[in-house]
Ligand binder design. Structure first.
Ligand code: ADP
Ligand code: MG
Length: 719
C-alpha cells in the first residue's frame, strides 16, 4: 500500500534516480505525483475516421503506420509518414525532423494529435502532429506479455490523459500514465478526507479517491470540453481542496492576529491638530476615507493588519505619514520600510521635508551606511530617541531593537507575498508582550483585481486609494520605432527648453547585466556629448555606489540635471513633479507592470506629460499586447488584469521566492470562483461548531491544513 506521504522513489518503477528527475518538477511524494494532472486529454474512445476529418480542426487519429521517409527540399529536410485506416490514408509531415528517421515501423499503431490542413492538391494532412507509438514494445524492455497488454489498454479505447514530459523527454506521457496508474491501484481504499462533510455536501463534491481516479482516467462519457477547462467534478473537487486548505490557514492566521493584544492609540484633538499641521495640500476624498479606515483600526486594541492599495501617484506617502503621526503623538516609534535604498532615501527626504518642521525626529538606517554610523543610529532607536525610522526591509531582517515600536509601514511595491509577510511579522513579534503587538500597514502600488486581493491578502483588511490628486492631466503615451529617435530627441529638447525635465530609461536585466550596462553607458555618452551637449545629463544605475546615486537623484530633484538617463532603478516611487517626459528604450523588453510603474514617474505635476515607448527590432506577440495596453490606458487596474492574463499568476505575483503559494492544481485566474467559495467555507468552518459541523470535524480539517501548510508552503506558523 502507498500512503500519500510516501516518497515517490518507493513507487514501483521509479527508484532514486528517477525520483531526482521528478523532484525537479516538484514531485516528491505519492500525493504530489497524484496531483500531477494531465494538461490535456485525447478522445481515443472513438478515434476519428480519416474520412471524417475536416480542415482546420484539431483531431486525434489512431492509425497504422504504412511508410515513412525523409525528403530533402532546398530549404529544409521534411519528414513524412503515411498512416492508414483500412484503405484510407493520411499524410503527416514534420519540418526539420531528420531525428524521426527509423522512428515509425510499418504496421505499428500510432496515435496522432494535430491540426488538420489541406495541401495544394486539396488532400488532408496533419502538420507537425504530436504522436505516440502504441504498438511498440514496452519502453523498459520488459517482455512480460500481461504488462504490455495492460499498458496498451491505457493508450486506446478510452479518454487518454496527456502529461507534460519530464527529464528532457525521458519521462514521457506514456511513462506517467503507467506510473500514476500503478500508484492509484496501490492507494488505500479509505483516503483521508480533509474537507468536512457538510462542506462537501453543500458543494456537491465527490470523494477524494474518486476524484483522483477520474481526473487521470475519466469515464468514457465525460465532456472533453469540461476536461480541458478543468471543470469536471473530479477537477473541481481537487482544486477546491487545495484552495480550501489555503484559505483555512489564512483565515486562522487572521483570527489569531485579531485576537492578539495590540495598542489602542488615542485620537484626541492634539493628534488631529498635529496631522492638520503637516499637510502640505488638501487631501483627496479617497485619502480622507482611507485615513479614517486606518485611524479606526489604530484606535482598536486588536492590532491593525491593513493593505493600502493605490495606483502610482495616488498619494500613499502622505497617508503613511499621517498614520505615523498618530503613533508618534501617542509616544510610540514608527518603522517605515521600502524595497530599495533609493526609495528609502526618498521617503527619508520627504519625511524630513514634511515632518521635521513639526519637530519629529527622523532617522534613515540603510545597509550602505558606515558601521559606526549604523551603531549610533541603532542606539538612538533602542533608546527611543528616533521616532520615525526609515530603512529598507533589512530593518526587520537584521535585529534592530526598538524601545517602543507602535506601527510598521511596509511599502512593498508588489514584491511581497502573503507567506513572506507571515515570516517577517513573526520576527517583529518576538518578546513583545509588554508593549503590545505593533500595527501593520502594507502599501502596494500594484492594483490587484479585487477578488484576488481579497483572497490572497486574505489576512489583511483592504483600503483602496482610487482617486488621483487634482490637477493632473492624463499622460499621453506614444509608441515609435527607434529609427525615429531623432524626432524623439528633438521633442525632449523642446520640453526641456520649456523648463521641464526628462527621464530616459534603458533596460538592464540581471542576466545580461554586463553587456546591457555597456549599451546604457554608450547611450548616456551619446546623449550627453552629441545630442544634448548644452544640457546637463545625469546617469543612474544599480552599480553606482549609493552616495553617488544619492547625489545624482538629488540633483535631478532640484532641477540641476535636466535629463536623467537611468536603468530601472528609478522604477518605484521616485517623485519629481517637474519631469514631464519619459522615453523608454527597448520598451518591448519590459513587463507591463514595470512599464506602468515607470510611466508613473511622470504626470505628477500640473503640466502635460508624455511617455514615449521606443522599440528596436522585432516585437513578440505578447510584447505587442503590452505596448498596446500602455498606449490605450492609464488605468492601473486594467493594466493589472491584462498583466495577470499575459503572465499568469505565478509571474504576476513574483516567484515562489516572493512568498506566493505554489499551487498544485489550482490556477488563480481560471479558478477565481472556487477561490471565493473556498474562502467563504473556510470562514464558516472557523466560526465554530454548530448543528451541521462538530468540533471533531473542525479539528480534523485543521490538522490536514497544518500538514499541507508545512509541506507545501514550508510554514508551520498557521495554527
Ligand atoms: P504614491 O501613491 O505613488 O506613493 P505619492 O505619495 O508619491 O504617490 O504622491 C504622488 C505625488 O502627489 C507627490 O508629489 C505628492 O506630494 C502629491 N500628492 C499627494 N496627495 C496629494 C493631494 N491630495 N493633493 C495634491 N498633491 C498630492
Ligand atoms: Mg510611494
Amino acid at each position: 500500500m502507498l500512503e500519500p506521504s510516501t516518497p515517490v522513489q518507493f513507487v514501483k518503477g521509479i527508484g532514486p534516480r528517477l525520483a531526482e528527475v521528478l523532484d525537479s518538477k516538484g514531485i516528491r511524494t505519492v500525493d504530489d505525483l497524484l496531483h500531477y494532472l494531465p494538461f490535456r486529454y485525447e478522445d481515443r474512445v472513438n478515434p476519428r475516421g480519416v474520412a471524417e476529418l475536416r480542415p482546420g480542426e484539431m483531431a486525434t487519429v489512431v492509425a497504422e503506420v504504412r511508410n515513412s521517409g525523409l525528403f530533402r527540399t532546398r530549404r529544409m529536410p521534411i519528414f513524412q509518414m503515411t498512416a492508414g485506416q483500412g484503405r484510407a490514408r493520411l499524410r503527416c509531415i514534420w519540418f526539420n525532423a531528420a531525428y524521426l528517421q527509423d522512428k515509425f515501423k510499418p504496421g505499428e499503431l500510432v496515435a496522432l494529435y494535430g491540426k488538420v490542413e489541406q495541401d495544394q492538391r486539396g488532400e488532408l494532412q496533419l502538420v507537425q502532429p504530436q504522436f505516440e507509438i502504441l504498438g511498440a514494445p514496452a519502453e523498459d524492455g520488459s517482455t512480460d506479455a500481461a504488462t504490455d497488454k495492460a499498458a496498451a489498454s491505457l493508450e486506446i479505447g478510452r479518454i487518454v490523459p496527456i502529461y507534460e514530459s519530464a527529464g528532457q523527454g525521458r519521462l514521457t506521457p506514456r511513462w506517467f500514465r503507467r506510473i500514476i496508474r500503478s500508484a492509484l491501484d496501490n492507494l488505500p481504499a479509505d483516503l483521508p478526507e480533509p474537507i468536512p462533510s457538510p462542506v462537501r455536501k453543500r458543494l456537491g463534491l465527490i470523494p477524494a479517491r474518486e476524484a483522483l481516479w477520474k481526473v487521470h482516467w475519466p469515464d468514457a462519457g465525460e465532456s472533453l470540453k469540461d476536461l480541458q477547462e478543468a471543470r469536471t467534478p473530479a477537477h473541481v473537487r481537487l482544486i477546491f481542496e487545495e484552495l480550501f486548505l489555503l484559505e483555512l490557514g489564512l483565515e486562522l492566521k487572521r483570527r489569531q492576529q485579531k485576537a492578539q493584544t495590540g495598542i489602542a492609540f488615542a485620537l484626541h484633538d492634539a493628534v488631529r491638530a498635529a496631522i492638520k499641521k503637516i499637510l502640505p495640500f488638501h487631501p483627496t476624498a479617497a485619502q480622507k476615507r482611507v485615513l479614517k479606515e486606518i485611524a479606526g483600526d489604530m484606535e482598536k486594541i486588536s492590532p491593525m493588519r491593513r493593505l493600502l492599495q493605490g495606483d502610482v501617484g495616488s498619494g500613499k506617502t502622505i497617508v503613511a505619514f499621517e498614520a505615523a503621526i498618530i503613533a508618534i503623538e501617542n509616544g510610540y516609534q514608527v518603522a517605515l520600510m521600502a524595497p530599495t535604498e533609493i526609495l528609502a532615501q526618498q521617503h527619508y527626504f520627504s519625511a524630513r521635508r514634511i515632518l521635521e518642521n513639526a519637530g519629529y525626529r527622523i532617522v534613515l538606517l540603510t545597509g550602505s551606511l558606515e558601521e559606526d554610523r549604523k551603531r549610533e543610529i541603532r542606539r538612538h532607536i533602542a533608546q527611543g530617541n528616533a521616532q520615525l525610522v526609515i530603512g529598507t526591509h533589512a530593518l526587520i531582517e537584521q535585529k534592530v531593537e526598538f524601545a517602543k515600536l507602535g506601527l510598521v509601514v511596509v511599502d512593498e511595491q508588489h514584491r511581497f507575498g502573503v507567506l513572506q509577510r507571515f515570516k517577517l511579522m513573526k520576527k517583529t513579534s518576538d518578546e513583545r508582550e509588554t508593549i503590545g503587538e505593533p500595527d501593520l500597514l502594507v502599501m502596494t502600488a500594484t492594483p490587484i483585481p479585487r477578488t484576488l486581493a481579497l483572497t490572497l491578502y486574505g489576512d489583511l483588511d483592504i483600503s483602496i486609494l482610487d482617486e488621483l490628486p487634482p490637477g493632473r492631466t492624463p499622460i499621453v503615451t506614444r509608441r515609435v520605432g527607434d529609427e525615429q529617435s531623432d524626432k524623439v530627441w528633438e521633442f525632449v529638447g523642446k520640453q526641456v527648453a520649456a523648463g521641464h525635465q526628462a527621464y530616459v530609461v534603458y533596460p538592464v536585466i540581471e542576466e545580461n547585466e554586463e553587456t546591457e550596462l555597456k549599451a546604457a553607458l554608450k547611450m548616456y555618452k551619446e546623449l550627453n556629448s552629441k545630442i544634448f551637449p548644452d544640457l546637463k545629463v545625469g546617469l543612474l544605475h544599480g552599480r553606482l555606489d549609493s552616495d553617488l546615486k544619492d547625489t545624482v537623484m538629488r540633483m535631478f530633484q532640484k532641477g540641476e540635471l535636466q535629463i536623467l538617463v537611468s536603468t530601472t532603478v528609478i522604477e518605484v516611487g521616485v517623485d519629481v513633479p517637474n519631469a514631464t517626459v519619459m522615453v523608454i528604450e527597448h520598451a518591448e523588453r519590459f513587463g507591463l507592470a514595470q512599464l506602468h510603474q515607470l510611466r508613473g514617474r511622470i504626470g505628477r505635476g500640473a503640466a502635460k506629460s508624455y511617455c514615449i515607448l521606443m522599440t528596436g527590432g522585432k516585437v513578440s506577440e505578447d510584447g505587442e499586447r503590452r505596448l498596446d495596453a500602455m498606449v490605450r490606458t492609464n488605468d492601473g487596474f486594467q493594466i493589472a488584469e491584462l498583466d495577470l492574463e499575459l503572465r499568469g499568476p505565478g509571474e504576476f505575483f513574483g516567484t515562489r521566492q516572493a512568498g506566493m503559494p505554489n499551487f498544485q492544481v489550482a490556477n488563480l485566474i481560471r479558478d477565481r470562483q472556487l477561490l471565493e467559495a473556498a474562502k467563504r467555507e473556510a470562514a464558516a468552518v472557523l466560526a465554530g461548531p454548530n448543528r451541521e459541523i462538530s468540533q471533531a470535524e473542525i479539528d480534523h480539517a485543521l490538522r490536514h491544513m497544518r500538514t499541507r501548510w508545512q509541506r507545501t508552503y514550508g510554514l508551520v506558523e498557521a495554527g
